[in-house]
Design a protein around this ligand. Sequence first.
Ligand code: CMC
Length: 426
Amino acid sequence: MADILQIRRPASGTEAELAITEATIRATELRQFDISGEPLATFDPGFMNTAVCHSAITYIDGDAGVLEYRGYPIAELAEHSTYLEVAYLLLNGELPNAAQLTQWEQQVTEHRTLPDKLKTVLAGFPYDAHPMTILMASVAAFYSFYPDARNFDDPEARDLNITRLIAKMPTLAAFAYRKAKARPYVNPDDSYGYCHNFLAMLFKQAERRYVADPRLIRAMEVLFILHADHEQNCSTNAVRSVASSGNDLYTCASAGIGALHGPLHGGANEAVLKMLREIRTVDRVPEFIEGVKAGKVRMMGFGHRVYKNYDPRAKIIKKSVEDVFEVTGVNPLLEVAKELERYGLEDEYFVKRRLYPNVDFYSGLIYEALGFPPEMFTVLFAIPRTSGWAAQYQEFITDPEQKIARPKQIYTGSRTRSYVPMEERD
Ligand code: CMC
């Protein structure tokens, strides 16, 4: 028997049967109810209960704390794979074989360099410009260097621009970092892998060859894997929404970077570190918690729209924290973070609202230990999320169900008024 939802409106005596497929009803079917001349619609600020696409990329079960990319559990990918392998998986749906991975790594390596003229764009920013602003503007500027990105219906052009963007993000991020430090740029080194090269472009000084500790390279790989995609979050929704009007990948990714920058999304990792620094010592945690419960501040790095259980990414990051601290020495703020987490897991306020540590809770501590200033933290989120945005962009572009994004509103303003000449206004 077909699964249906029966809806009856006693006020008008109307009723309808809506088909339930994939645990959803089609919102447009509600239009058959006429409410005083208006077709019935749903009101859903923040998309609390609205699916906007079919997607085969990332699966999340927020109650069970499950995250899978293309069906592979995040913990297995974090343990066994590299970031570029995961990027390939997100984009192509399957893990690469050895030859495919080598070819993909070579393609990415080939495209790491920034267009020369982009350096002029970078030079125009003030030295204290937030690196996320530099990233957002520069990624948007890529379109002027690679206008073939508008040929997104051509798979070859699409693939090329996806590769370019994934390849250039670390270079751009490293240049933004070095610009703020007034240090000369370090060009990509083709003999290094993706993460090692990134660390070299950031931290190389006068030494002939920069060699990073393999444990730090691995920590970077793991962090990049964990941040690569997260289904229909705020920035991915921005990417898809901007794509819906027929935009190139760079314009869409730039919108994604803007959305990610907010402290409720990717900007939370920066906010967590600021919070930990403000709290400073373990004995000040109870006072901070009282402030959270009184609604004065939020506990950054806690809570999630989808996870009502421990964020599986946070579990893995917590383990990476220990690995990194083995190399760099322990950050004293770790004790403050652990104490906050203890409260968060025991205190009724958090338990009742099902607030758990999310991906951003511990990542800032690792980034700080690696030598990054807080304003770089969200940049470190944006680099790997680029592969997720690209995969979601590709899925969107090839999805015949999709249309230009155009939500409805409930109008609450004035109606049809006569223009008032200036001299007659109050
Ligand atoms: N600290 C204190 N209270 C919180 C927090 C928090 N971090 N998060 C949610 N709440 C409370 C909130 O006040 C509300 O309480 P009440 O029902 O009494 O009004 C209840 O929990 C539900 O919160 P909400 O804001 O309606 O939930 P949401 O799903 O709209 O927001 C969130 C999700 C992630 C924006 C929110 O939990 C938050 O602001 N967390 C802190 C910022 C953060 O860590 N963001 C990173 C998210 S993970 C990285 C990513 O993917 O972007």
